[in-house]
Ligand binder design. Structure first.
Ligand SMILES: [Zn+2]
Length: 228
């Protein structure tokens, strides 16, 4: 979204976050046209796809879902930016609901027991005021009526800036920064782990490593976007 669009949204919040058109009373955040044109991945109806390939051989997952492609200069990419940094947490929740509705319609998410958002470091969450992944998780919970657990997984220390680091360095940097809250006893569950965007998969992988300490649990992954 261009700066002018941000200003429009500030004063006229009832406009489409993608194209800036005024929304009708039955539309929320996105107009019907922009919902139709979401650059969907449709991974959930494909056998092999980039999200699954990112994790193959590294962790055992049931399924990996991503709603849309995160392409440069796309307004849908800007939408993630708004959700993440610009206070649009309710829009994140809405997008979670929208995606979950489509997945459920196609027979997915049936056996999920618990929804876990990728945590932010506490100081970062305080600064931002919210964890965008938690709001996406809430949107999914609205559809599948399962609990969001935001306490089980926590981030141990702040990541150093990941700019100028190699992929392996980034992976090392993210690794072991997530820990399980041992006071929560979770066994025999199918966990749905939520993040806003998947790029290298390092963050989700690090979370999955931490979650692998849970007894007899299965894991699926869900992100709103995936980089191409
Ligand atoms: Zn629109």
């Amino acid at each position: 979204m261009k700066q002018i669009d941000n200003i429009i949204n500030l004063f006229y919040p009832n406009t489409c976050r993608i194209c800036g058109r005024t929304l009708s009373t039955h539309e929320n955040y996105l107009c019907l046209h922009c919902i139709q044109n979401i650059p969907r991945t449709d991974f959930h109806i494909k056998d092999s796809h980039p999200a699954e390939q990112l994790f193959r051989g590294k962790i055992e997952i049931e399924e990996a879902f991503s709603f849309f492609y995160f392409t440069p200069n796309s307004n849908y990419r800007q939408l993630i930016h708004q959700i993440k940094y610009n206070g649009e947490k309710h829009c994140g929740q809405y997008m979670g609901t929208l995606f979950a509705q489509e997945l459920v319609r196609d027979g997915k998410l049936q056996d999920i027991d618990i929804i876990i958002p990728v945590p932010l470091h506490r100081s970062k969450e305080r600064r931002r005021g919210y964890n965008q992944s938690e709001w996406i998780a809430k949107g999914i919970a609205n559809v599948i009526h399962k609990n969001v657990n935001s306490h089980l997984l926590y981030r141990k220390r702040k990541n150093e800036s990941q700019i100028h680091k190699s992929l392996y360095d980034r992976w090392l940097n993210t690794q072991q920064t997530f820990q399980l809250d041992k006071s929560t006893n979770i066994e025999d569950k199918h966990i749905l782990l939520i993040d806003d965007v998947v790029t290298t998969g390092a963050t989700l992988l690090a979370c999955a490593e931490a979650l692998s300490g849970l007894k007899n649990c299965k894991l699926s992954l869900l992100t709103l976007a995936i980089t191409q």
